[in-house]
Design a protein around this ligand. Structure first.
Ligand code: ADE
Ligand code: ZN
Length: 322
């Protein structure tokens, strides 16, 4: 058996960031919205730096204006994930783009996403759970609205709360109210940190927001004491190597710190982040791990087990997938 036959678990995928460019172009045409500037001559997203990527991402989101758009988006994204052998996925869901943080509008969008997830489970054999996510550069007040949306819809499909966006804006503690609100509602927590900032951003995030998983977290590889702490405390990193290389957070696959982190027994998982933006898929991520670090089938199976153990779904769902 080859690793290609192993079912994959993905923990870090932004729903809008997984939108195929043709899907977004189609919706823009249907609605007469001109966002042609975000595509290159071959129809791919045109991105460069992280800041530019965020602008293109948010421009793409302007065509997603209704629950029905999100139903279709979810079906398109899950079809692509399943085609890459993913059997369980957790996706970041943003009330900011789904009704602007209004709870009633968010409920309508979420119902459409869940509807699509049920359909895809039957059609493609893939299980989806949602992590409601605030966006750091939209500020702490908007994050509170998002946390209330998360708390109101916690349970079943919505299992987690997180934060994405520009990591250099504000401080983690500015968002402590939102993380406390989500924790008190019973949600599991993850937070982007250590993608662009240094090891101290991971330390501050752990202290002030107390997540059990960190999105990216690659800066920890610069600090042996922090790696030791992550390993001891079972903090799981959602590492997205293809994203890091594409956006320039690390210079190349060869120089990616995932091997250092794994060598220090930090629990690492691998995900795609925003696959069509970065020209990646879960298959490609695994291929590159094999090619760059000679990870074999046992390594990739172990990586997958760490991901399933760290998933935010209940044990019955894990047992069904295992
Ligand atoms: N939102 C979508 N992709 C992201 C990334 N790589 N970092 C922070 N926020 C994001
Ligand atoms: Zn991300």
């Amino acid at each position: 058996m080859s690793w290609r036959d192993l079912p994959k678990v993905e923990l870090h995928l932004h729903l809008e960031g997984a939108a195929p460019p043709a899907f977004i172009r189609g919706l823009a045409a249907e609605k007469g919205i001109d966002i042609s500037g975000i595509f290159d001559e071959r129809g791919r997203y045109r991105t460069g730096t992280f800041e530019h990527f965020l602008k293109v991402y948010e421009a793409a989101c302007t065509v997603l204006t209704s629950p029905e758009d999100y139903r279709r988006l979810t079906l398109a994204v899950l079809e692509e994930s399943a085609a890459n052998g993913v059997v369980y996925s957790e996706t970041f869901l943003c009330p900011d783009f789904c009704g602007g943080g209004d709870v009633a509008a968010w409920r309508d969008h979420l119902a459409a996403i869940e509807d699509a997830a049920r359909e895809a489970e039957v059609r493609d054999g893939i299980t989806l759970r949602g992590i409601v996510t605030c966006i750091r550069h939209f500020g702490p007040d908007q994050a509170k609205r998002v946390a209330r949306c998360a708390a109101e819809t916690m349970g079943g499909f919505v299992t987690g709360f997180g934060m994405a966006g520009a990591e250099t804006v504000g401080r983690p503690k500015d968002y402590a109210w939102s993380f406390d609100c989500a924790r008190e509602a019973g949600l599991r927590l993850t937070c982007h940190a250590g993608e662009w900032g240094g090891p101290d951003t991971v330390t501050d995030t752990l202290r002030d927001l107390r997540p059990e998983r960190i999105g990216h977290g690659i800066a920890a590889a610069k600090d042996p004491a922090l790696m030791e702490r992550l390993a001891e405390d079972d903090i799981v990193l959602e590492v997205c190597p293809g994203s890091n290389v594409y956006l320039g957070a690390v210079p190349s696959w060869e120089k990616h710190p995932i091997e250092t982190l794994r060598g220090r027994e930090v629990k690492v998982t691998v995900s795609t982040d925003d696959p069509p933006f970065f020209g990646t898929t879960m298959t490609r991520e695994w291929e590159m791990l094999e090619r760059t670090f000679q990870w074999n089938e046992d390594d990739l199976a172990a990586l997958n087990r760490v991901a399933l153990d760290a998933a935010f779904c209940d044990d019955a769902t894990k047992d069904r997938i295992r």
